[in-house]
Design a protein around this ligand. Sequence first.
Ligand code: BGC
Length: 722
Amino acid sequence: MKRLSNILLLFFLTVPVLAQPYLDPGRSVSERVDDLLSRMTLEEKIGQMTQVNFTLYNSTGRQDKVDLIPEKFIPLVRDHKIGSFLNGVAATPEVWERYSRQLQELNLKHSRLKIPLIYGMDHVHGTNYVTGGTIFPQPLNLAATFNDKWGREMGRVTAREAADLGHHWIFAPILDLAVNPYWPRVYETFGEEPLLAQRMGSAFIEAVETEPTIAPYKLAATAKHYLGYSGSDSGWDRTPAQIPQQYLYEFFVPAFRSAVDAGVDTVMINSAEINGTPTHANPRLLDQLLRKELGFEGVAVTDWEDILYLVSRHRVAHNEKEATRMAIEAGVDMSMTALTTTFPAVLKELVEEGAISEERIDKSVRRILSLKFRLGLFENPFPRADRFDRVGSSEHREMARMAAEESLVLLKNEDQLLPLQREIKLAVVGPNAFTKRDVSGGWTLNHQGGREEDYPARVKTVAHALKVEFPNLVKAEEADVVVAVVGEHPYAEGSGNIQDLTLPEEQLEVLKSAFSYGKPVVIVHMSGRPRLLGGFDEMADGFLWAGLPGFEGAPAIAGVLSGRINPSGRLPLSYPSAPGHFLPYHHKPQEKSTAAYPFGHGLSYTSFAASALEISENTASVTITNTGKVPGRHSVLWFLQDEVGRITRPVKRLRDYQSIRLDPGQSERLEYTITSRDLGYPDREGKLVLEEGWHTLSVEGQKIRIFQRDGRVIRTDKGEAL
Ligand code: BGC
């Protein structure tokens, strides 16, 4: 009897698989996609191209609760056949697991072909929507470490904490460039230099997409926001950019090219416009450049409601239908309709009328299904609850702590005031010293940052962390040194638009009063972008750029002030001196930077010296020595300058970097291999132009002139033939 039932069970298990090859994991992804696609109706296909926000079916309708009301959710999958969902707010792993399980169960129950849903999350600096999750410094801080390890570790930790919760698709990394300090998303970027976005971004992508310990799951990363989003003229979010083709190839394309080369599964499209064409309606950028030139084969998703914005914001379409046609023709695969469900019906009409072909639909659906198969969602659609000890584990937090420590940039240290003796009497003033929210910024617990009371007890404010390091906290009148902690309060996207780079009056008042006691003042600046301090930084004895260092950030700040940590961050962008004039460090020769603190600036409690710069063929090498008295970490930056170009060339470009740690007296020999791409520049079609001639290579104060022909260094200015 038992045998018979076993045989029957086997029969019922295998027959559907044999009958439906797409359910057979033994087959290749393309076979499975072909089979599944051939069984799908047009509605089912278009549903796969649709992504909506969780607030359409949670109990409050607002971004404040992770739960679902079946009566609201079921019609989305049963009637609209929607295949993807997104977003959340901080919730415990238990809540996420229960929610994701219920979501997938209901989806599979109502999906005729049992196609699992894919869920997207903005975990942009650790698992920022998981209560108890590890919160890394924001990407701008990571960039200040010039240490790719932290891009990789943030990816690895995010994957390990998110995969089990049903968060399949991570909407990071952000590969936009911080070329305009007004832009409210500066802190989400890896700074103004493409090389940092290329390397940190790719390290993050590879870690998220290949982390072995999350088996049986796999995750997708997102290169966003393609393309030129941050080049906005006004500096406000989602506003027009004018970007010449050549400049686009030289500065904005490389990070996306590297992401595609690193195998990124998905790309999210820029909500704004370049040269008058909204990116979502730009076949030149989406179809030609992204697909054909960069070779991207994954899923291109819109950003929030962006097809509708072609009507309401950009006014390039009269209605949703026209906008939908434009976006699909341009190359969009999935529409993050977010808050509406009209897209599937509108797209279906377009196909039925013959305005869009079913082959075109198949192209996108094929990409989406391939992703779902690659991630193993058909085999492992459900979350699991047996590895929650990973979330916020001490090992993960240790990574976030080390990243935070390396990310702080000491901009000024008059007469070596810092580090401060632990016994001194210290006063702490300034609004940012007393909150947890301000240390991590937006995209933390909630889109605009959480409520103060929602931050975990273990997270410290700067005042709290200073008290641990300096027991003698006193009033400013009695203090030996005053620490003023100022900066921005959390914001994300458009709510961070500003008209003046200078901090608001109330913050300047705090600084003014800090100086009124006649004591040395150390300013700690926590912000998402380089705000100006009304000249008070010039008066300060110490000035620490803390950026947004995340949950482990406050003890790191206190540790730098006490000398427990030797600062090693270097600025990943130019810090302007005036609200009306700013240029990235890679400006043109006829321009003059007025930066208060240049790209790459950052002080240490020890000193480093470079020596013996040599070139052999295309490999340069240099010796770096810790010439000071304490151990320290140092980022070594290699720049190249093209001396004469047929089009004007930047004054210099960062071409390589390494982060090393040296004990006093210790040396290390480092190498940089100069590629032909480093010696040329792209033309307006993206083709590499190599002009025979001189370049100056500089590293940590050492310089050498090199002559290049066809991408090869053939001699130096010492007359040496190589
Ligand atoms: C942002 C994206 C984000 C998306 C989903 C948009 O407003 O621009 O970066 O991934 O929302 O939350």
